[in-house]
Design a protein around this ligand. Structure first.
Ligand code: NAP
Length: 276
């Protein structure tokens, strides 16, 4: 599995990670196989009921190999609420620290300055290594950055798949200018992946055939084609995990990229950030 530096952390992290939204206990084998294949970047959240407890079993005895990310829901993201939510996640995960802790999305529930102050305190206490955010547009990201006094934001986790490329216009360039990793969630459009005889499916199949890969591997390769990009597909099926692990360590050609642009057009104007 290809690894690359994760934003300003200087830590090498697997370019393809593993999502855990809505996983059930039967996903444990898949997560373990994923880890064995090098997909050691695991994304979870307090909101994904039951997921942290499953991840706990997967990371047991190999915590140091794992790059573990969890998230606080905005309704809990007051100063005290963030500290409490982090403690609860650590307990469910049975670990002393998170590699990155994210604000799950922006909302008016609590001032961003409160959340970020708590995040900095968690870093100082060694409970989290780095601070991240999710679903923030450029203006919100700038506000979150301004609210921090000692630490920086290392990642922004956003919706990014072939049919949703809006982040390419402003968000990815801004993150790259700040050395913030862009972690693309729902890389397969939450299961709505182009299949059958559509123009999009045919284009992916043609590219896949040229490289001896599958259409989903083409999608993952495309979504991680720049040094700032990571993808976190969710798969509960072991064969799916094996397939997803093959999304890196090979390169799409200029011709492939042109074909992708022709059937999955990149954004031509600024649009509000899309979320799942
Ligand atoms: P996704 O990864 O786009 O799609 C998941 C679906 O694709 C599942 O049905 C899975 O099936 C299937 N799949 C995965 N690999 C496959 C393969 N090789 N072949 C065929 N089917 C395959 O959707 P997602 O779960 O929404 O997104 C991934 C992760 O991103 C989440 O789990 C979560 O960690 C994160 N996320 C974050 C946010 C946020 O607000 N920050 C929002 C949404 C998601 P099986 O399970 O049967 O293998």
């Amino acid at each position: 599995m290809l690894t690359r530096e994760f934003g300003a952390t200087g830590k090498k992290v697997s370019v393809i990670g593993q999502g855990t939204w809505a996983i059930k206990s039967d996903a444990r084998d898949a997560l373990e196989v994923g880890v064995q294949l090098g997909m050691t970047h695991i994304d979870t959240a307090e909101m994904y009921t039951g997921a942290e407890e499953i991840v706990r079993q997967v990371i047991r005895n190999r915590r140091n190999e794992i790059f573990l990310v969890s998230k606080v829901v905005p309704s809990n993201a007051s100063y005290r609420g963030t500290l409490r939510a982090c403690e609860a996640s650590l307990e469910r995960l049975n670990t002393d620290y998170l590699d990155v802790y994210l604000l799950h999305w922006w909302s008016g529930s609590h001032p961003i300055a409160e959340t970020m102050r708590a995040m900095e305190e968690l870093v100082a206490a060694g409970k989290i290594r780095y601070i991240g955010v999710s679903n923030l547009d450029v203006e919100q990201l700038k506000e979150a950055q301004k609210a921090l006094t000692r630490e920086g934001i290392v990642c922004n986790q956003v919706l990014y798949h072939l049919r949703s490329r809006g982040v390419e216009r402003r968000l990815i360039p801004y993150c790259e200018s700040q050395n913030i990793a862009v972690v693309g969630y729902s890389p397969f459009g939450q299961g709505d992946f182009p299949l059958g005889s559509s123009k999009q499916a045919k284009a992916l199949a043609a590219i896949a055939q040229r490289h001896g890969k599958t259409p989903r591997q083409v999608a993952l390769n495309f979504l991680t084609r720049r040094d700032s990009l990571f993808a976190i597909p969710k798969a509960s099926n072991v064969e799916h995990v094996r397939e997803n692990a093959g999304g890196t360590r090979w390169q799409l050609t200029t011709e492939d990229l042109k074909l992708i642009d022709s059937v999955f057009p990149p954004p031509t104007k600024d649009e509000p950030l899309e979320t799942a």
